[in-house]
Design a protein. Sequence first.
Length: 194
Amino acid sequence: MAKLTLLLGGARSGKSRFAQTLAGSQSGLVVYIATAQALDAEMEQRVAKHRRERPAHWLTLELPRAIAQGYRRSGLQPRVVILDCLTLLVSNVLLAECPSEEIEAEKAMAAVQLELDALLELLEQDAAQWIIVSNEVGMGLVPPYPLGRVYRDALGIANQRLAAVADQVFLMVAGIPLPLHPYRTTLASNPDGE
């Protein structure tokens, strides 16, 4: 089973930088799974900036969805995998399921759960150290529109499921990694807990 480190935090909290620091401290091949899609000029700049910040010898897989399938197809056997980020992965799955503002919440949540099930199965089988970056979006206001509420709920459940099986969980605040209690919950089998 993969060793899993989950990094949670707000926007610009230092999650990606800390993930790169953790990965850089290991010897061997590092694979960086990027879930961002450059759909506009601002996002193109962000993606380019992230590429420049990564060491040139790391391999990058650009996988907006179907992480487990894409990783397996690559045939790579790295020492460390960074998945950056779960936040955009969930968004990509939801937008593929709900291309308009009309959302079928159950269908959308089921699609996210299938993606996460495949990722968790991969983590059970892989030998690499995985570092997964995700935003903590549940501490703010309730989104005023249905897709935003489904997104917030889907990401919160995904974070809970990963935290339940993670070896380490950190909450990033102002660039400072705060280790969270490694207590494993039963939320992986019952992710609807509040």
